[in-house]
Design a protein around this ligand. Structure first.
Ligand code: SME
Length: 155
């Protein structure tokens, strides 16, 4: 992991350790992740509520996708496969649900608690092929830290 990515992981870890509600934890994480790159044009969370993904804190254009079923969208794919999904060109992916017409690529990283998906980090970019394996590794590390903190506050 390069320094800049490791720094973001550490920053998120420190910041969320000071927050004690799910809303505050996800909000500060959204702000820090969004600030990492100017090519992150929509950054936010969806949370698993029953069998639907519901929108959580986000930064970026207002989206009409407030609730996403598991069989729908890139978001549904990542949650049901329990794996990170990177789409280099959303225009060629029939699963894509558009939030903004300018979006070109997307990454969705599930928040996994063992085998259970609690929600996901979703980032859209206006640049094609914006997301790399290093971004995936960084965001999966952040997702794991967030899950640990969410479990901590529920104890
Ligand atoms: N693009 C996502 C929908 C969420 S919005 O982009 C914020 C999808 O295809 O599931």
């Amino acid at each position: 992991m390069d320094n800049k990515r490791q720094e973001l992981i550490d920053k998120v870890r420190r910041a969320i350790s000071e927050k004690n509600s799910e809303e505050d934890i996800l909000k500060i994480a959204t702000e820090l992740i969004d600030g990492y790159s100017e090519a992150f044009n929509w950054t936010g969370f969806y949370l698993m509520r029953g069998n639907m993904l519901e929108i959580g804190p986000y930064l970026g254009p207002v989206t009409e996708h407030m609730k996403i079923p598991l069989d729908s969208g890139i978001c549904g794919a990542a949650a049901s496969q329990k794996q990170t999904v990177i789409v280099d060109d959303v225009n060629t992916d029939p699963r894509f649900l558009a939030c903004s017409l300018t979006t070109r690529s997307e990454i969705v990283v599930p928040l996994m608690d063992g085998d259970i998906c609690l929600g996901e980090i979703d980032i859209d970019s206006d640049r094609p092929s914006n997301f790399t394996i290093e971004d995936k590794q960084m965001l999966e590390a952040i997702a794991a830290i967030i899950v640990d903190r969410l479990k901590d506050i529920k104890k």
